[in-house]
Write a protein that binds this ligand. Structure first.
Ligand code: SF4
Length: 552
């Protein structure tokens, strides 16, 4: 066994996104105001803070204003929202909504690059006294019985065959009085802790969507900075949850993306291909034509809402941000909630440590503070938003509209459990005729691109001589069952061409293998979520790798 360094801190935040950084900043502020010494550490798997920051994004500045009272918070944001539109897209054009629904009114909000906002928060966290370590992936939780006592950081320099390369460095064990998991959607450590401790008992299963996005440099004046357009309808089939966004950013950049619910039925659904279809629509094409695609990325989004949030605390542990489902699908916003969750956790942790405690009973104050906050009120009002789409787009829209009039009750779906994770809604291949399946776009490399070209534009890098970070528990299922039953949907749902099923039907059965091009992976987590047999586990690769989402 390698000798590992071990380091002790008071509070360890895993994942350097807005939730963790806001938590670290708040703890630093509290420690300073209270004249107490606290060691606060943030670790992040990306090579730099912000590299893996991916979102739309229109940011509600509410929680930033709370975190930095009296300070100018616009340095972390892009342009104030200057206009709001809602379009219903069709194959031949668009129907513009005569008004924007009140919940989507973005007056007073800002378009932003999460990459830049996160970098700015990272600097603020360091200024508040936190130690921030990029290229430190949280690989494994350290336990004392059912109590979390720390995190093991992933090793560097392990070759594909498991041997140690000359640059081998064992990851240190970071021991903490409280570990706070803010790893983003479907966090690796959060998934382990939720399962081991049953933190999702009596809650709805979390359901996700995947957002696919490109940044486009366009001719001057194409879309005003701060202009916000949200779309429904084409190219998504009526029974698939989701919608699109088009935001005008500073510098004549258009931020365009499509959200596809990861609870679709057709196993050949390909969110990347749907996004290419979106750009070809007559309402969208003129916005981008003559421009140049400059960045690409993809990321899962927790859409389940309040009913799908796990218990937020355990002995030595808090869950924050997307890892805990802090996202309002109705408002298409999560960053303000992520920041608020980090702040609320920090408040509870500060009080607990002051009483020399970090047990679950003391950290339960985090959930109590959440329930007493505007974040709970907001999520409660949106609690049935996603469930309403079980009956399709129009049922979902009607339920959302009804929900705004009934305090979130909608069709009366209030406390009903949905019972199924998104992957369980996928139907077998023979339920669909070939004619009913999604039409594939042939990329023209001007407006539309294949997945490999898009991955190149995500800045993704992984050393190929390391163990694959996508673990497929039993590839015989891929060959013997999945090929026939679902047609290997991993080749479609992965937006980065990681999975290549090289299977062939022969007289002796199905032969071949599943090739995993893990170096392409943009860390979106879709495969971990949507695999119909739940045999794919995403784990962090060695630190400092993955996408580089500059400006995203
Ligand atoms: Fe996303 Fe999985 Fe593909 Fe990586 S391998 S890009 S996590 S779907």
């Amino acid at each position: 066994m390698p000798e590992r360094d071990s380091l002790e801190v008071d509070v360890l935040f895993v994942g350097g996104g807005p939730a963790s950084l806001a938590g670290a900043i708040r703890l630093g502020q509290l420690a300073k105001a209270g004249g107490r010494e606290l060691s606060i550490m943030v670790i992040e798997k990306g090579g730099e803070i912000g590299n893996h920051g991916f979102s739309g994004a229109v940011v509600d500045p509410k929680s930033l204003l709370e975190l930095f009272p009296g300070e100018d918070i616009t340095a972390g944001l892009d342009a104030p929202v200057s206009g709001d539109e809602m379009w219903f897209l069709t194959a031949s054009g668009k129907i513009k909504a005569p008004f924007t629904p009140p919940v989507l009114n973005n007056h007073g909000k800002y378009v932003a690059s999460l990459n830049r906002l996160t970098k700015w928060l990272g600097e603020k966290a360091e200024a508040a006294g936190a130690d921030v370590f990029p290229a430190f992936p949280g690989q494994e939780l350290l336990w004392d019985g059912d109590r979390v006592i720390g995190v093991r950081v992933g090793d560097k320099g392990v070759a594909a065959d498991g041997s140690h390369k000359p640059n081998y460095e064992p990851g240190p064990d970071l021991l903490a009085r409280v570990v706070v998991l803010g790893e983003g959607p479907r966090g690796t450590l959060a998934k382990t802790a939720i399962a081991k401790l049953g933190l999702d008992r009596d809650r709805d299963p979390q359901v996700y969507a995947v957002g696919i996005k490109e940044l486009w440099q366009v001719p001057a004046g194409r879309l005003a900075p701060g202009h916000v357009i949200h779309t429904l309808g084409a190219p998504l089939p009526g029974d698939t949850f989701g919608g699109g966004w088009i935001y005008g950013m500073n510098g004549d950049v258009i931020d365009i993306g499509l959200v596809t619910g990861l609870d679709y039925a057709d196993p050949t659904t390909d969110p990347h291909n749907l996004f290419q279809q979106m750009k070809l629509l007559p309402a969208i094409r003129p916005l981008l034509e003559g421009g140049k695609m400059i960045r690409y990325g993809a990321k899962a989004i927790p859409e389940g809402g309040l009913h799908a949030m796990p218990r937020l605390y355990a002995d030595g542990l808090c869950l924050i941000g997307d890892s805990a489902g802090f996202l309002n699908g109705l408002r298409l916003k999560g960053i303000h909630l992520a920041i608020k969750s980090g702040m609320l956790a920090a408040d509870a942790i500060f009080d607990a440590l002051a009483a020399d405690r970090s047990d679950a009973a003391a950290l339960a104050a985090y959930e109590q503070k959440f329930r007493a906050s505007w974040a709970f009120t907001e999520l409660h009002a949106a609690r049935n938003f996603h469930a309403g789409f079980k009956s399709g787009l129009f049922g979902g829209m009607l339920n959302a509209a009804l929900g705004t009039l009934t305090g979130g009750r909608g069709f009366g779906l209030h406390d009903k459990l949905t019972g199924h994770e998104g992957y369980a809604r996928m139907r077998k291949l023979d339920s669909f005729t070939p004619a009913a399946r999604e039409k594939r776009v042939t990329p023209d490399n001007a407006l539309t691109f294949d997945k490999v070209t898009d991955v190149y534009n995500s800045g993704t890098m992984h050393d190929e001589n390391q163990p694959a970070h996508l673990h497929v528990a039993d590839t015989t299922i891929c060959a013997d069952r999945c090929t026939t039953e679902f047609g290997n949907p991993c080749q479609y749902f992965c937006p980065a061409a990681v999975y290549e099923p090289l299977f062939e039907k022969t007289a002796a059965g199905v032969e071949g293998r599943l090739q995993i091009n893990f170096a392409n992976c943009v860390h979106c987590k879709t495969c971990d979520i949507m695999d119909p047999y739940q045999i794919i586990t995403w784990v962090p690769p060695q630190g400092g790798e993955g996408p580089v989402y500059t400006g995203m």
